[in-house]
Design a protein around this ligand. Structure first.
Ligand SMILES: [Zn+2]
Length: 420
């Protein structure tokens, strides 16, 4: 049993609570006491302690693009060409090494679980490695080495695009494809996640997966109670192509094959109709605002989604920045620029999106909370930096959302172990 004495802790709502004792045992929180006196021998966490933050959407290999693509002109589609070129150079050992560095950066930034949306499956020519899951296992092993919890969202990717019909795979996309949903399913069921790791399923997008194949992914996820993620309506062109071919929006198409529900996360969900928002109720949307603004995607309807009882989550996606505070505050700030109104999402709701919402969407419903029975994953933000010094206790939770940086983090605990 380890006692952690928190000067303050965020237990929900818009403010943090003073003097909180967290008692952990075997990687799980056994008790949370408020108004506690500091016990002798407790580990002292000065500042404000939060449940660990959840990175709901990551492509580890996009880190290779950091600094190289943001200054260019063009659109999402020209960026995508640059991203594909980065995807050609990795093998399992190289990907492992890169992912360890990426996941360590995530931990240092306060992310204690990552949803890795993984589609770099095979060798650059599209041929399976001797172990067909070599790339996925390299990511799982990287998470274990770094000490971050992971949900490997193994992603089906079959087609090169949707434009009047499905386009053949571009040569650089060949390594993404298993050839068929059936082969994908067979490979996914061979993954051995180990402790601290879980496997989920993903449909890359309606651009890369036809409805019949998407239905197979949805069925496998349902049969195994796995989280199911998909890129949805990141760009207006995806909606136009989908409506042109199917007379349905991407959300409607995914609904038609049984993909939606309380284990489903729509990633981005930037360009939705009112009907799409209603269909997503009860599930999740992962907003990646630092990526969405970099790629000129637009601003997702986070206010309407929250009102429709869609759980919001955040993700670092392209790794341009790895910073949960920046993602949370961007959700609110982007709405302010768009609506000319402040206070669209409360501090408590933004923190819930960054913590419990993300954990649930990644298939860890027992995480993302400071409560008895929850996973002992928590992050402490210190208040002795020039940036945060002197902020009164009652404003500290808001200060973390709107002003903190990963540099202010003083402790990261995963499964009851200090990892950063
Ligand atoms: Zn993505």
């Amino acid at each position: 049993v380890i006692d952690w004495w928190c000067e303050q802790a965020w237990l929900g709502g818009d403010t943090a609570v003073d003097a909180v004792l967290i008692r952990t045992d075997g990687g799980v929180i056994r008790a949370v006491e408020t108004g506690a006196t500091e016990p002798v021998g407790a580990r002292r966490l000065a500042g404000v302690t939060f449940p660990g933050f959840a990175n709901g959407h990551s492509h580890a290999f996009h880190l290779m693009l950091r600094g190289q693509t943001h200054a260019g002109a063009g659109s999402f589609w020209t960026w995508r060409e640059q991203m594909y070129r980065a995807a050609t150079v990795l093998d399992p050992d190289g990907y492992h090494e890169l992912a360890v560095a990426v996941y360590r950066e995530m931990l240092a930034a306060g992310y204690t679980v990552v949803g890795e949306f993984h589609y770099l499956h095979h060798d650059p020519s599209g041929v399976a490695y001797a172990d067909p899951n070599a790339m996925g296992q390299a990511l799982l092993e990287a998470a274990r080495v770094a000490g971050i919890r992971i949900t490997l969202l193994d992603t089906l990717y079959l087609h090169g695009g949707l434009d009047g019909g499905y386009l053949p795979l571009d040569p650089v996309q060949r390594r993404f494809s298993d050839g068929s949903a059936e082969s994908w399913a067979e490979r996914v069921m061979e993954l051995a996640p180990g402790t601290g790791a879980r496997v989920g399923a993903a449909i890359h997008s309606v651009r890369a997966v036809d409805p019949r194949s998407a239905g197979i992914v949805a069925d496998l996820a349902a049969a195994n109670r796995m989280p199911l993620h998909a890129h949805v309506s990141e760009q207006p062109a995806e909606n136009a192509a989908c409506i042109d071919v199917y007379g349905a929006t991407p959300t409607q198409l995914l609904d038609g094959v049984g993909a939606l529900g309380d284990r489903f996360t729509a990633v981005h969900a930037t360009h939705l109709t009112g009907g799409d928002i209603d269909l997503l109720a009860g599930g999740f949307v992962c907003l990646c605002p630092t990526t969405e603004r970099d790629l000129a995607d637009g601003i997702g309807p986070s206010i309407e989604l929250a009102a429709a009882e869609v759980g919001l989550t955040i993700g670092s996606d392209s790794q341009t920045v790895i910073d949960p505070f920046e993602e949370m505050r961007a959700v609110e700030y982007h709405q302010r620029l768009d609506t000319l109104r402040r206070g669209n999402h409360s501090v408590g709701d933004l923190l819930a999106a960054g913590t419990s919402g993300g954990y649930r969407s990644l298939g860890w419903p027992e995480g993302g909370r400071l409560a008895p029975g929850a996973l002992a994953d928590f992050v402490t933000v210190g208040f002795d930096s020039p940036r945060l010094a002197g902020i009164p206790n009652e404003h500290r939770a808001a200060a973390v959302v709107f002003s903190a940086s990963p540099a202010d983090i003083t402790s990261v605990v995963v499964a009851g172990q200090t990892v950063s």
